[in-house]
Design a protein around this ligand. Structure first.
Ligand SMILES: *[C@@H]1O[C@H](CO)[C@@H](O)[C@H](O)[C@H]1NC(C)=O
Ligand SMILES: *[C@@H]1O[C@H](CO)[C@@H](O)[C@H](O)[C@H]1NC(C)=O
Length: 525
């Protein structure tokens, strides 16, 4: 029988130390306790015991910040890199494993501090800032049937609406200590956040957005983004300089002067400034663009709706076979459906219930359906775009729809370009808010919390999952500060405006865990 035991690492950091070993009496080490008697924290990467009699080398991966002993109730414990199911865990380790899980669960009370390692659940009650007026109030997401949402990590700040931290002051928001990332990742995040909020940092950009703030007046304005970059206000530059190491600054800024944001020129523009206007490029981006996770094979014609007809009336698509059959390389619709050559980018059902609310903001948009055909040579061709609005006399009267088809010339060509533009706006917004934020960042956070609360680090599933969780809680916490909050980057850049987060809550109702993996996701589509 392997005896396991716990020993104290009487800090010998860094470097190596020698001590005597009586294997008869003390057996094989399975964990060690460590107490930091210094005044400040240190990062403990790992501990290795060499020449353990009748064992050789024993390795203890730690990867953790260890704070002064006064900050903890118990000494910190680290286990050797063995893997055990709960029933097989050596008895001598069980107590430490249990205690460690209790520490990580916390007691649900009080404001959590920098050194805490607590993984606890909270609803999204910190998005709005109702003290600033009704325009800044947002519903609490999570914990209700009206607004279901994945849980986030608890910080224990003020119970109702968490007091908002000021970006200009600090990006310090509680996450369990070992979830915090270093400077490199922060630079990445800030660079993204900045590039999206920079458009609303008036009046600094009025030289570009002169007569119509927040809008580009010409293609030259757009191209200037890549050639000249956008100038950043001095205050914001200071926040970045304070948070980002020098070598990362050149990722964010153009090298000269450090006040102009760098936007790398997209390849499609580098080759041809107007290539993005072609139907080929529009269709190519359905697969190789930012949101390739929506397009699906169309199995019924005309495309149907899953919206409740009692509430929304007839929402069936008004696209007819006359709209598209001339572009099917001589095939009928039935044939191309059977051969699975007909595809749809369907943003109809998701948007329709929210259009009236979105329309009450300064954003105007449409629900959209885009049909595409897989041609003989393996490229996709857009066949038709349907843009829809709710009926002016009430939802129960169904949708008011218009169908646009590819035209080479004249006003029809301009309308077709515009229709593609609306699809691009809706699809890129859906990407940011749903595919990227909700389906990637938000849904994984409760899994991170649950794993840390329920599985000991010795558990094989813990070891399997842990690398996939890296940085997510921290990015999400920063995201709540400056991206998804009321008035944050997401609301000012995505078409859903101030309804963004509740819109994502509505779509979370359709999120089903087993459908997220491969091959199920592809089979479903
Ligand atoms: C959207 O709002 C505008 C006013 O800003 C109004 O004229 C229009 O009818 C509205 N459209 C819908 C579909 O509600
Ligand atoms: C594929 O076929 C279509 C229709 O014949 C044509 O317009 C397009 O240029 C072709 N694309 C490629 C990459 O060959």
């Amino acid at each position: 029988m392997i005896k396991n035991f716990i020993f104290y690492a009487i800090v010998f950091l860094p470097g190596s130390n020698t001590f005597d070993w009586d294997n008869e009496e003390i057996g094989t080490p399975g964990a060690f306790l460590i107490r930091n008697n210094h005044h400040s924290e240190f990062y403990l990467k790992s501990l290795t015991l060499e020449d353990v009699p009748s064992h050789g080398v024993i390795h203890f991966p730690c990867n953790s910040w260890v704070y002064p002993a006064s900050k903890y109730q118990n000494d910190r414990v680290f286990f050797s890199n063995k893997t055990y199911l709960p029933a097989e865990t050596p008895i001598s380790l069980l107590k430490y494993r249990e205690e460690e899980l209790e520490n990580l669960r916390g007691d649900g009370k009080g404001q959590l501090q920098e050194w805490d390692r607590v993984y606890d659940y909270e609803v999204y009650n910190d998005l709005g800032n109702p003290d600033k007026g009704p325009q800044h109030a947002r519903p609490v997401l999570g914990g209700s049937t009206e607004y279901p949402y994945p849980r986030r990590g608890r910080t224990g700040r003020a119970p109702e609406y968490e007091s908002r931290l000021n970006l200009a002051l600090s990006l310090n928001i509680y996450v369990p200590r070992d979830e915090r990332f270093g400077h490199l990742k922060l630079a990445d995040f800030l660079s993204y956040a900045l590039k999206s909020i920079v458009q609303v940092l008036k009046p600094e950009f009025e030289s570009i957005f002169d007569k119509t703030p927040n809008e580009f007046d010409s293609f030259e304005d757009v191209l200037k983004l890549y050639e000249g970059g956008l100038e950043v206000p001095e205050g914001v530059v200071k926040v970045i300089r304070d948070n980002v190491p020098l070598e990362m600054l050149k990722e964010i800024f153009r090298t000269d002067g450090e006040r102009f944001l760098k936007f790398p020129l997209p390849q499609v523009i580098a080759v041809d400034k107007f290539a993005w206007r072609t139907d080929e490029e529009f269709a190519r981006e359905m697969l190789a663009g930012i949101n390739p996770v929506m397009i699906r094979s169309l199995e019924e014609f005309p495309p149907a709706s899953k919206l409740d007809p009692k509430v929304y009336g007839d929402q069936t698509s008004t696209i007819t076979k006359e709209h598209i059959e001339s572009n099917l390389e001589g095939h009928t619709i039935n044939e191309v459906i059977i051969e699975r050559k007909l595809f749809i980018l369907d943003h109809h059902d998701a948007l329709m219930p929210y259009l009236r609310r979105i329309n009450s903001t300064s954003t105007k948009t449409y629900a959209s359906r885009t049909l595409l055909f897989l041609q003989k040579n393996g490229t996709l061709k857009p066949l038709a775009i349907e843009l829809s609005l709710p009926h002016p006399e009430g939802d129960q009267h169904g949708a008011i729809s218009k169908v646009f088809v590819p035209e080479e010339k004249g006003v029809e060509n301009s309308l077709w370009q515009l229709a593609k533009g609306y699809v691009g706006v809706v699809d890129s917004g859906y990407h940011q808010l749903i595919s990227h934020w909700l389906h990637t960042h938000a849904v994984i956070e409760p899994f991170i919390i649950a794993t840390n609360r329920q599985l000991s680090v010795l558990h094989p599933i813990y070891k399997l999952l842990h690398p996939h969780y890296r940085d997510t809680m921290n990015i999400n916490a920063l995201g709540r500060q400056i991206l998804i909050n009321a008035g944050g980057a997401l609301e000012v850049t995505v078409f859903t405006s101030k309804y963004s987060m509740e819109f994502s809550s509505m779509l979370y109702k359709d999120w089903v865990f087993p459908e997220q993996a491969l091959p199920q996701d592809l089979l479903k589509r």
